[in-house]
Each structure stands twice: as structure tokens, then as C-alpha cells.
Design a binder for this molecule. Sequence first.
Ligand code: ARG
Length: 417
Amino acid sequence: MIKERIVVAYSGGLDTSVMVRWLIEKMDAEIITFTGDLGYSRELNGVKEKALRTGAVRAYVSDLKKEFVEHYVFPALKAGAMYEKAYPMATSLGRPLLAKGLVEVARKEKATMVAHGCTGKGNDQVRFEVSVSALAPDLKNLAPLREWEFKSREEEIAYAQRHGIPVSVTVNKPYSIDDNIWGTAVECGVLEDPMVEPPADAYQRTVAPESAPDEPVYVDIEFAAGIPVAVNGTAMEAVALVQALSDIGGAHGIGRIDLVENRLVGIKSREIYEAPAATILHFAHTELERLTLDKSVFHMKNQLAAEYANLVYNGLWFTPLRQALDAFVNETQRHVNGLVRLKLYKGNVIIAGRQSVHSLYNAKLATYTEEDTFDHKASEGFIKIYGLPVKTYHQVERQAAGMVTPSELMATTDQHS
Ligand code: ARG
């Protein structure tokens, strides 16, 4: 009899390793693992061998960094998407792409199920399963962590040892960490108390602002159609550019975020993020939009940025709403070309200059010198009509309150000739 096949989203860590063995036992299925590289801090060398030693029949590892940055990170950057105005969503953006990779392997292997290692109280289970069902409605989603018998890390380690699964972890891991090229997320342990300031060891890729160099560094970032294309005059491809800014930013203490956030499943959680490249690029991109976007487009785009962030955070990447918002955003980005100069200094990103061929800043209109071409007299009539409903409202209010008589009111109301 041919066994059913399950493709497992595999990180090589304790949970997903135990999961491979557990699924073999419970489901009597063939396990194939899939590991997508989104630019992690950990090495993926050996992950394939580990999967096979744990019992997988085949193990796939694919480099998704370029696809991640170009097709997930940059669209969110162009949209200005920050969840609850603070979180640039490294984890949230990675999940739909990992789900896509999982589905591709499932198709190739003719698998009928996919499994992930997310817990039952987080956002990631939603992102995985909604994305899988969008791309492959016939595939069944499995979430072993929601149902298995292990109640602690210790129990998982004991199970792993009983089954000869290589475990390199120690029982005392102070935090739960998820990272990729766009940022790091750190939670659990002492961080669960929102009144506790994160200890130094909670941070993985940034120095403390107070330990950052005493000299600021200037960084020039060039954008083409809303996408960063060069740093300090050197054209760079997407992954290298993000990596370079992550390194410079991290060295200057940029991008530490301490956030109490609203999860999709209804709980508030406290998470520490480190996103140096995301912090620098969102800041620079917005500065260029301030210069180049028409006022009403800029305002509308800011409203839609919150919608875009919500849909990414809530696992709705593969939806018509996201495609429609991308279409709007891309239309606006035709004008977002130019250069932003930033000063990085002890955790701060400071604007130092901006320029663009699409700049709508008109010095002749803005200046207070004799170069001024603005028609000052035109303001008088503009203000009269602009303020007319305000004036009318208050006049009627005063009359209704008996503060003025109707005839006094008539006298102060402007009559047209
Ligand atoms: N709260 C973030 C999100 O839902 C990050 C989750 C990553 N988890 C972690 N192990 N720190 O996108």
C-alpha cells in the first residue's frame, strides 16, 4: 500500500524535529521536509541531513531570500505597512512565502497534507493555513503543536532523546526568537512582563544606542519607483542592499522596537523587535513620498497603509484586497524616485536631505525672500469662502442661544452685492 505523504515546514529546531517523528508515528505517513531560507541568522548547513536523520524520506531546502525581499518585503515597504504603526512585520511577511514553498513541494511530491510547527495561540498558524488553503484548497493543514501530548520543552527533549533525534538545544532557552533578513522577533521569558525593560541579552542584531559610535554616519539611499536601488552611490541588488542597511543600522543601535500588540487571536502580547533595515528604509521611503507625492494621494496612501498592514498581519496576503491595494500603491510609486540622505546616530534616524526630479517642492512658492511668486492677495477670497460654513455655524449658534438678535445677525452676515 502506498503511504500518504505529508510535507512539513521544517526549521531544524526542536519543535519541528519532534514533529517529523511524531507524524511518522501517528499518521503512518511518509514525511518530506521543506525549509525556506529567508535570510536567517542561524546556519542552514546540515538542516537537510538532520531532517533525514530524524526520519524524513526527502528534505528540500530552498533559498527564498530574493523572492522574499523583492515580492513580499518591498511591496509592504512601498505601501508603508507598519502594524499598529510600529511593527514592520518581518515574521508576518515571511509566512505566506513559506506556505507557497510548502505547497510547491507538496505538488511535486503528490502529498495530500502539509504541516507547520506553529502554536495554537499565535498569528503564524493563521497565516500558514489561510495561505495554504488559498494556494491549494485541496491540501489538508496539520498543526501537531495544537494537539500533541507534550506540555513542555523538557518533555519534547525527552521524546527526542528516546527516538535518537539530534538535539543541540539546551533546556534553558530564555526567549522564543524568530528572524529573517527583514527583522528579528523576540518574546517569552522575562519579556512577558510589559513593565520589565528588556535585558541586554534579548537583543540579537543591534547594539544599545548608548553603546553605538559617538560619531554619526551618513547614508544616501536612492529609490526608483519606490524601491531602494542604491546605497551611498553604489547600485545594489535587493538582498545585498537590505543586508547592508541591516548591518549599518545595527551598529548604530537603529530599529529596536518594544511593542505590546494585538494578536489576531484576541490576546495582547509583548514582543521585542529588531529591524534596522526596515526602520531605515521605511523612514527614507516616507521622506521621499513627502517630497514627491501629491497632497491628497499622500493622505489617502497613509490611510491605506494601515489597511495593508492589517491584512499582512492577519494572514490575508493571497487575497484580492492585497492585489487591489498593490495596484493603487504601484500607481503612486511612479513618482517616488530620488535620493534621501540620512544621519544615523545612537539609535536615531535623522533626515539630512532629499531630492527628486519629481519633487513637488517649489522654492519660488515656498520662499519668504523677494524671489517669492505666490499670490498673497488671492488668499483673502480663498479664506472667506473656505471659512464661510464655520462662520455661518457659529453665527446661528449664537443666535439660538439668545446672544444676538436676528437683526444683529443680519448686520454681521456678509451680503452679496
Ligand atoms: N508577533 C509577531 C507576529 O505575529 C512575531 C511572531 C514571532 N514569534 C516569535 N517567536 N518571537 O508577526
